[in-house]
Ligand binder design. Sequence first.
Ligand SMILES: Nc1ncnc2c1ncn2[C@@H]1O[C@H](COP(=O)(O)OP(=O)(O)O)[C@@H](O)[C@H]1O
Ligand SMILES: [Mg+2]
Length: 364
Amino acid sequence: MMINNLRLQNFRNYQDVTIKFMPGINILMGDNGQGKTNIIEGIYYLLTGKSYRVQREQELLHWDQSEFHLFGDFLMAHHKVSLESHYKDKRKIVKVNQVPCQRLSDFVGTINVIFFSPDDLVMIKGGPSERRRFLDLHIAQMRPGHVSLLNSYNKVLQQKSALLKSFAAKSLKYSQLQLWNEQIIKYGQNIIRNRVELTKRLQSVADNIYGNLSSQKEKLKVTYMALGNKNIDEAISKFPQLLDDKLEQEIDRQMVLVGPHRDDVQILLNDKPARLYASQGQQRSIVLCLKLAELELIRQEKEEYPILLLDDVLSELDRFRRDYLMNFIESSRIQTLITMTSAEIHLESGTLYFVEKGHIRREQ
Ligand SMILES: Nc1ncnc2c1ncn2[C@@H]1O[C@H](COP(=O)(O)OP(=O)(O)O)[C@@H](O)[C@H]1O
Ligand SMILES: [Mg+2]
């Protein structure tokens, strides 16, 4: 998969810019604050309907503007797709091949993208929600139904939380809570199954990649913990009982304590929790490994690599890991956009773009 053209209108610090990208490596070079990340963000937004930096589209609007437009032409092995995202008056309109799309999930996942920045270290250092987010973002690209599943589940969570709060005022019955628990199980077990499936597939390819990254010295193990349990069938069969057991505690704390919204992914390096024991360098290797594993899984399923967006990651990796990553990209012919502030790598091939104050110039 690749992006051929991108046009940004009134998006961040771009008024109206069109960029033609090339197959293989595309380097966006420029000083800080010139608009490199904004380009990456534009592509990510076009493909996923979301920014990874902000919640509200309002912040993506060029100063004082009321609408922005993003256009992208994409190529897949056997066909072309054009995508358009138009944000105006707090509404967004998405078009695929000029035809308006009813729901966001109709187009997300058509063209896949993997984004990697130094902030991804939170997958290791941060709390469980970061690791769940990592899984959910990947699943959402591959199985559009996952987004509506999460939305339905979150609505049920909100309803149940509201009920638990009103319970404190002793105005409601247990039976009403039971009804919400049934919904929690219904949606929750499917969320768990999707996440477990992805985690197992990640583990199957990450094992080999991490072996290479550590010169076969270290072993990475990634396991989804469903309701605190490594065994998924057991976790799901005990789900109703667990909800019953915690009911009093939930009423007491006015919080939903049981369900996949509290699950975690256990990441072990040589059998020890990576969050606590792995060095900064090892943690970076794990993130790199998981990103490469994601690329590989998408290729296995779609028979094409996704587009890879690397925002400021090269300077964070040591020579060995950087070479490993660049070799992987070059030998797999993955179209990659890389931002950097100075010539950080020596490349045999690739196209160079200079980014300065919202203007882009391609090196001739
Ligand atoms: N909504 C916006 N409208 C106009 N300019 C913006 C907006 N948001 C950010 N910017 C500008 O974009 C620049 C940062 O762009 P960014 O792509 O993050 O830089 P970098 O090249 O360091 O990756 C800053 O100069 C900032 O002022
Ligand atoms: Mg940047």
